[in-house]
Design a protein around this ligand. Structure first.
Ligand code: BES
Ligand code: MN
Ligand code: MN
Length: 455
């Protein structure tokens, strides 16, 4: 492997220049006006796959954005890796808070800033470059590998479950590898063995058929903005516990052993609070911060709008009020069941004074796995080689919907080896990826294929 690592070290700057090109494509899946960019990004991804030496490269159409496929399957009697990642990115608003344009990748103090730098183009590109280094230097990989890169992860992987079911045979493999998460902390690489699930809704309330003068009508009708806040306050109690009946019924309690393990991780609560800039941390009573993030479900308000919000004052009773809300889920909560419980409760707590319109949006199932399989051991060795330190094991609060599907439909374990950082600003202005981690990640990925090939 030393020749491969030398090659990677020699090409360090070229990788960054190529990554900048990838990051220049505004592949925002949430916004229909970017449809052409998604297509262009899929094509760029396919070309990059061909360039590094993957074979059978093609775009596979879905009812939404295409899946980009490529493989290298010439390692006889060796395991097959299914690599998954996504080439779509989140919207960039609020644009004025970016210090450099989101689609002109800029390097500052060893970090590359752009939308998608960490989530997930930078981490996907790392694996493509690892394949390239192995194939250029050795003409082969020690393991077989199939890449599937989707363009709808940030909108809930709408069509990927069907895709996996329909292509079950072509996707046959021994292990899934994913790099789409942060590591535990700067200098503390980790392997993630659990993700939360999600279910997301938009709530629309309507009172009158138009905005009303608050003097002429105030007192005679309910105010949708006020009703909305009354509804929302009934979703959680003051101890941070969700009040939807039945919400916790399927929550798998955290084992004492796992809680003890979380407690041993090098997590500094005061530093965490300072970095977030919150006056005080808050979460479900009876649980530590890491337990709340990784092992407990939540109810959140993601957005809220109603009435007059410009400068100055306007005496008005808004006709409508809207909220976007979502719940993060843990094993064994099922998004479909939770959605029903939420809807029943919402209808119950919404007064007759307003008209309720509920829209279900995206979601995904939670996932947790044990980490005593040979692939995780292989990843441990690879990460140690790339980062000079053995990884620790963590769970994450975010969601990657397809991971549970890989487990259920293909029966495959996943190894989540992410090289982002907790302060990577994913989904926020000034998203960034540390270039040292990017580089070490290329080395670790190349070593990982080798170690999996030998296992
Ligand atoms: N890369 C993230 C998932 C993630 C975030 C994993 C943090 C581990 C830690 C992914 O791109 C993402 O943002 N997923 C969405 C899924 C949703 C749209 C269904 C999420 O978690 O909000
Ligand atoms: Mn991602
Ligand atoms: Mn994301």
């Amino acid at each position: 492997m030393n020749n491969v690592i030398d090659f990677i070290n020699t090409n360090r700057d070229r990788y960054v220049e190529e990554l900048k090109e990838y990051l220049a494509i505004p592949s925002i899946s949430a916004l229909p006006e970017h449809d052409k960019d998604l297509k262009a990004c899929a094509e760029w991804t396919a070309a990059a796959m061909g360039h590094v030496g993957l074979e059978n490269v093609r775009l596979i159409e879905t009812p939404g954005n295409p899946v980009v496929y490529g493989d290298w399957l010439k390692a006889e009697n060796a395991p097959t890796i299914l690599f998954y990642g996504h080439y779509d990115v989140q919207p960039v608003d609020p644009l004025d808070l970016w210090e450099s344009p989101p689609f002109e990748a800029t390097v500052r103090e060893g970090e590359i800033y752009a939308r998608g730098a960490a989530d997930d183009k930078g981490q996907v590109f790392m694996h493509l470059k690892a394949v390239e280094a192995c194939l250029r230097q050795n003409g082969r990989l020690s393991a077989n590998i199939k890449f599937i890169l989707e363009g709808e992860e940030e909108i809930g992987s709408t069509h990927l479950d069907n895709f996996v079911r329909e292509h079950k045979n072509e996707l046959a493999a021994d292990v899934v590898v994913i790099s789409d998460s942060p590591m535990f902390d700067r200098g503390v690489p980790s392997i993630c063995y659990g993700l939360r699930g999600l279910t997301y809704f938009q709530i629309d309330l309507r009172g009158s058929n138009t905005d009303l003068h608050s003097g002429s009508f105030g007192g005679a009708v309910a105010n949708p903005a006020f009703v909305l806040t009354q509804i929302l306050t009934q979703m959680k109690d003051r101890g941070g516990r969700v009040k939807i009946p039945g919400f916790y019924d399927d929550v798998r309690p955290l084992r004492d052993e796992e809680r003890a393990q979380f407690g041993k991780l090098p997590f500094n609560e005061r530093r965490y609070r300072n970095e977030l800039g919150v006056p005080k941390l808050f979460g479900e009573r009876g649980y530590t911060t890491l337990e709340r993030l990784w092992g407990r479900p939540t109810f959140e308000v993601n957005g809220l709008s109603s009435g007059f919000t410009d400068a100055g004052a306007k005496t008005v009773i808004p006709a409508v009020a809207m909220a976007k809300v979502s719940m993060r889920l843990v094993p064994d909560q099922e998004p479909d069941n939770i959605a029903v419980l939420f809807e029943e409760y919402l209808r119950k707590v919404t007064p007759k004074t307003v008209e309720l319109n509920l829209t279900r949006m995206h979601g995904g199932r939670p996932w947790v796995t044990d980490f005593d399989n040979p692939f995780v051991q292989a990843a441990g060795r690879a990460i140690e080689k790339g980062f000079g330190r053995r990884p620790l094991f963590n769970r994450e609060g975010g969601s990657i919907p397809v991971v549970a599907t890989f487990q259920e439909v293909l029966g495959l374990p996943s190894v989540l080896f992410g090289v982002g950082l907790p302060d990577e600003n994913a989904h926020a202005p000034n998203e960034k990826l540390d270039l040292g981690n990017f580089h070490n990640g290329i080395i670790a990925s190349a070593v990982l294929y080798d170690e999996i090939g030998k296992s």
